[in-house]
Design a protein around this ligand. Structure first.
Ligand code: PMT
Length: 366
């Protein structure tokens, strides 16, 4: 605790308050915080007087830098499909959307084209008069997407703000949630980003690129090593692995990232509607973990999903309601005597087995 905490008005009320105070005191705000908060404020102030609902959609994965001048970082798998797709649906439903996304991850509308082929130029060809033309087979869908995108832009309904690191994300999430507070239940926080659970705290982060050799050290290298020295180099008493000496390994020591969902629900946006996501890989624990999250943080909805089936099904876990699985149909091409026909797969109450999923992407989105 800092010396400030001897003042009663600065004593944190709860462990969550203390974690918040410590984290935001010990970690530096990202350089773009002020700019992004200013843009969010302007956007909210534009829509609030008209009574339009505003949603903050978080999307994509946060990174955990290992060095201050970052060459290496730990990443999260998320492509941003869920967030970008959901943002489009929110826009269609009349929301104004603040899309807080991992830089260069999928974005609403452009997602249909940005990662769909090796190169977006594959959708285009040169017309007879030297103009650029969309390929025939993509034209109608592209026109529809373009119209929806332009309409959202024209009405100032979409604000996109990028983040990269877990620290960028937490600072801007706190700031925007607080800005949304006056919206009350007309402010929705939809937390689909894949947020790192562990990070390197600033006091343990090195400035420069972590070195894999000591080639820059000027000590003379002994021409011959003794038998004992050789054994020391090849035997490691850290985990008794004889393969690589400990001095040559990179051992990463991470602290837990505080779970700020509690702070968000209780303090940053207490009247807002809050939807969080729960990602697991083990189907046995998904619903239990989602229920635990709902009980612990007391918000409105947890949407659970499994890594392997996340594009095909999600489970809604809400207070005083039974769990609801939402699935997209599994259409398979099936050869019958009359030709190829679409078949919709059987749907049950339990999580899908990834082995039963058809290859490729679903034809619809959830
Ligand atoms: O982008 P896609 O490829 O389409 O994938 C979508 C998705 C699987 C990433 C998305 O649907 C999803 O599940 N996002 C949440 C992933 C996640 O961070 O799950 P979690 O179990 O680690 O965290 C649960 C909740 O706690 C999240 O709402 C998160 O915002 C919050 N959290 C997590 C860590 C942390 N330190 N503090 C938090 O508040």
């Amino acid at each position: 605790m800092s010396s400030q905490s001897s003042r009663p008005d600065l004593i944190p009320q709860t462990t969550a308050d203390a974690a918040e105070r410590d984290y935001f005191f010990e970690n530096p705000p990202p350089p773009a915080l002020e700019k992004h908060s200013g843009q969010a404020k302007e956007f909210i102030d534009f829509h609030a007087p008209a009574g339009r609902r505003v949603v903050l959609v978080t999307s994509g994965g946060t990174t955990v830098p290992l060095e201050r001048q970052t060459v290496r970082f730990i990443d999260n798998f998320s492509a941003g499909t869920r967030g970008a797709t959901s943002a489009e649906y929110f826009l269609e439903a009349g929301y104004a959307v603040i899309f807080l996304h991992r830089q260069f991850s999928l974005q609403p509308y452009s997602r249909h084209y940005s990662h769909a082929t090796d190169c977006f130029l594959d959708f285009l060809h040169e017309g007879p008069d030297g103009s650029i033309v969309a390929n025939e087979e993509y034209q109608s869908k592209m026109l529809e997407v373009l119209r929806r995108y332009n309409s959202a832009k024209k009405q100032n309904l979409l604000l996109t703000l990028p983040f990269t690191t877990i620290n960028d994300y937490l600072f801007v999430l706190r700031s925007i949630s607080q800005l949304m507070r006056p919206l009350g239940p007309d402010g929705l926080l939809y937390l689909a980003a894949a947020v790192s659970d562990f990070f390197v705290p600033p006091e343990r982060m090195v400035e420069h690129k972590i070195q894999s050799t000591n080639a820059t050290e000027t000590q003379a290298v002994p021409e011959q090593t003794t038998k004992e020295q050789n054994e020391e180099e090849t035997f490691d008493n850290f985990d008794s692995s004889p393969t690589v000496p400990r001095s040559k390994r990179l051992i990463v020591d991470l602290d837990p990232v505080p779970k700020f969902l509690k702070n968000l629900v209780d303090g940053w946006a207490p009247e807002g509607m809050i939807v969080s996501f729960k990602l697991e890989t083990d189907p046995e624990i998904l619903v239990r973990k989602a229920q635990y999250s709902l009980d612990r943080y007391q918000h409105h909805l947890v949407i659970g999903n499994l890594l392997s089936t996340r594009k095909w099904e999600v489970v809604f876990v809400a207070p005083n309601q039974s769990d609801t699985w939402i699935r997209v149909p599994r259409r398979r091409k099936k050869m019958t005597s009359s030709g190829i026909e679409n078949m919709v797969g059987e749907l049950g109450d339990k999580p899908l087995d990834p082995k039963d999923l058809p290859e490729g992407e679903p034809e619809m989105e959830i």
